[in-house]
Design a protein around this ligand. Structure first.
Ligand code: NAP
Ligand code: F7E
Length: 335
């Protein structure tokens, strides 16, 4: 029988790729969108009516219950979060409400409406924070370094707690950074590839960044949503690290992105203390052996390929935006 999946955070980077993947697998896919005055569907617009949209919010447990009762999903993927780390210092309580307590609201609703639903929680390498060992695996002690990381630790442990207390199929994916042309513009990788493309097109002269020495394990988002699905198809619910097993510095990302466009980053990048965080996560590198051995999951895109994909996409986007701007300017000059 056709399975139904319910995705929170469907308008985000991962939600959009996961919806595509599950639709391709023949699922009925229901995505939750929170009420806003503007339309946040840029990343899922192309899916049209194949994706069912429902209204709800992780801040409102009643809305979650209502969706579960009416849509009757077999699988729930909880991807919604306030996911931007710097914002979590300025909006720590809101981050806790959405990213932390939101998980418990969803688990409560599942427990009450249908405890047989399989639940996926979007945990994160940010939970390792001041990493206690290198590389990090499922047993590495957690040491979050931001309100975001702390909220995710709470959501992670609540998921395990519901699994152990009620025997629910509640699983987590501890995902290391994963990027794509759909990544939000405020995150490092996308901020860099988009700015480099604009600089190459003569539309911008500098790029202001924070700490260039931090190191991350960067993979490609479509690979990671495949891993989420595999986590929910396993015989038993568990926790899995999804990562590439390689680490690279911010400086290396910047250097290679600019070089792909024939530019030397040193001519354009300015360090700006506004982008330095109150506490940094210095070094993340994951050990994905468990996912590899038990789920047969492996990343398919290398660091250099990821840069090439994102640089090419932003080059095309900048050209398209510039062409649109010129048409509008021409129309304005005529009328
Ligand atoms: P994203 O692009 O920032 O998307 C976040 C999604 O959450 C958006 O759809 C957003 O809706 C929604 N949302 C925010 N607050 C909400 C609320 N109160 N109620 C309902 N929906 C709400 O994040 P992403 O990169 O796709 O990441 C997906 C998940 O994985 C997140 O939980 C993130 O913390 C986690 N994660 C990400 C990474 C990564 O490298 N990308 C790594 C590990 C874990 P709007 O469009 O309305 O804002
Ligand atoms: O920062 C440094 C910054 O914001 C990466 C989220 O998806 O992945 C993401 O969190 C690094 C940090 O991602 C700028 O200090 C320097 O060391 O792209 P980011 P993040 O904080 O690693 C994890 C796994 C998640 O779970 C999160 O939801 O880059 N950096 N200069 C900068 N970062 C930003 N954003 N902007 C700068 O100007």
């Amino acid at each position: 029988m056709r399975k139904t999946a319910f995705i929170t955070g469907v308008t985000g980077q991962d939600g959009s790729y996961l919806a595509e993947l599950l639709l391709a697998k023949g699922y009925r896919v229901v995505g939750m969108i929170r009420r806003t005055s503007t339309v946040p569907t840029e990343r899922i617009y192309h899916l049209g009516e194949t994706l069912e949209i429902v209204s709800g919010d992780l801040l409102d447990e009643k809305s979650l219950r209502h969706i579960l009762e009416t849509c009757q999903p077999d699988e729930v993927y909880n991807l919604a979060a306030q996911s931007f780390v710097p914002e979590s210092w300025t909006q720590a309580v809101l981050t806790g409400e959405i990213t932390g307590l939101g998980v418990t609201r969803m688990l409560n609703a599942i427990h009450d409406v249908n405890p047989h639903i399989r639940f996926y929680q979007a945990s994160t390498s940010e939970m390792f924070g001041k990493a206690q060992e290198v590389p990090q695996n499922e047993r590495t002690p957690l040491y979050p370094r931001s309100p975001y990381g702390a909220a995710k630790v709470y959501g992670h442990w609540m998921t395990i707690n519901f699994r152990e207390s009620y025997g629910m199929f509640a699983a987590t994916g501890i995902l290391f950074n994963h990027e794509s042309p759909r990544r939000g513009m405020e995150f490092l990788t996308r901020k860099v590839t988009y700015a480099a493309a604009r600089i190459a097109a003569g539309l911008q002269t500098e790029l202001r960044l924070g700490n260039m020495d931090a190191q991350r394990d960067w993979g490609y988002a479509p690979d990671y949503v495949e891993g989420m699905w595999r986590i929910l198809q396993a015989d038993e619910p568990s926790d899995y690290v999804l990562a590439t097993g390689e680490t690279h510095s911010v400086r290396e990302w910047v250097e290679k992105s600019f070089r792909a466009l024939g530019l030397d980053y040193k001519d354009y990048v300015v360090t700006d203390p506004r982008f330095v965080r109150p506490a940094e996560v210095d070094l993340l590198v994951g050990d994905p052996c468990k996912a590899h051995n038990l789920l047969d999951w492996k990343p398919t895109v290398t660091f250099d390929q990821l840069i090439a994909i994102m640089v090419e996409a932003d080059k095309a986007l900048v050209a398209e935006q510039e062409a649109t701007r010129q048409v509008i300017a021409k129309l304005r000059s005529i009328h």
